[in-house]
Design a protein around this ligand. Structure first.
Ligand SMILES: Nc1ncnc2c1ncn2[C@@H]1O[C@H](COP(=O)(O)OP(=O)(O)OP(=O)(O)O)[C@@H](O)[C@H]1O
Ligand SMILES: [Mg+2]
Length: 231
């Protein structure tokens, strides 16, 4: 599904280049569940943002279904982003003035779905993450774990083929974090490709493949024994 070849990323601070990624070669197949670990500053978020086309590499090629998308224009890239990718962040990033239901309806509105369909689909997605009983709650009226479940429902609104999550459990207690990972594992079993960044080895073990980054390079890439999902 995805192939990165020789991806490098430098950020410029005035004249000084900060090398965030340095020669990344990576293939991700449909249906994988990849965990990315590595020390702070090793380039994990940069890699995730490039995978999700939120950021452009300085060099290298990014093939999505065999098309090199580094050659495309911004408008085409945002179409790809909306059609293929769902994002989950550590800080949930919900709209504070909108209810759980309205938050999930937002991407459906951008996708031009009629109001009634938006509502039905948003309800269905919230049920999928166990939030059908909190439709009318504002983010401040939800626990951290509940907010992240709403954020996952929102990320799923446009049926992404790839779900990207940067420290999705970073602000959560262990129990809540495990619940969130159980949901991602379920989604992966139903066919969604998942890539997560985490500091926590216990969280990375929910994946089927573990990449380790150091100084902007992939230093190991191995299949792992996925931990059993709780019933
Ligand atoms: N916008 C930016 N401008 C300049 N330098 C940046 C920018 N974003 C990241 N960097 C630098 O690039 C390197 C990689 O950053 P990145 O955020 O990818 O690390 P990370 O592995 O996600 O770290 P953490 O675990 O702390 O989140 C770091 O040295 C960082 O300081
Ligand atoms: Mg990061």
């Amino acid at each position: 599904m995805i192939r990165l070849e020789g991806i490098a990323k430098e950020y410029y601070m005035g004249d000084v280049a900060v090398r965030a990624l340095d020669g990344i070669d990576l293939e991700i197949q449909r249906g994988e569940f990849v965990s990315i670990m590595g020390p702070s500053g090793s380039g994990k978020s940069t890699l995730l943002n490039i995978l999700g086309v939120l950021d452009q590499p300085s060099r290298g090629a990014y093939y999505l279904e065999d098309v090199d998308i580094t050659q495309l224009r911004d408008g085409e890239l945002s179409k790809i982003r909306n059609r293929h990718f769902g994002f989950i962040f550590q800080a949930y990033n919900l709209f504070p003035e909108l209810t759980a239901l309205e938050n999930v309806m937002v991407p459906l509105m951008y996708a031009g779905k009629p109001r009634r369909e938006r509502r039905e689909r948003a309800e269905e997605l919230l049920a999928k993450v166990g939030m059908e009983h909190r439709l009318g709650h504002l983010p401040t009226q939800l626990s951290g774990g509940e907010q992240q479940r709403v954020a996952i429902a929102r990320a799923l609104a446009n049926s992404p083929t790839l779900l990207l999550a940067d420290e999705p459990t970073g602000n959560l207690a262990t129990d809540q974090g495990n619940e969130i990972m159980g949901i991602l594992q379920d989604l992966n079993r139903q066919g969604t490709t998942v890539v997560i960044v985490t500091h926590d080895p216990a969280i990375s073990a929910f994946g089927k493949r573990l990449l380790r980054l150091r100084d902007g390079k992939i230093v190991s890439d191995e299949l792992i024994q996925q931990i059993a999902q709780e019933a």
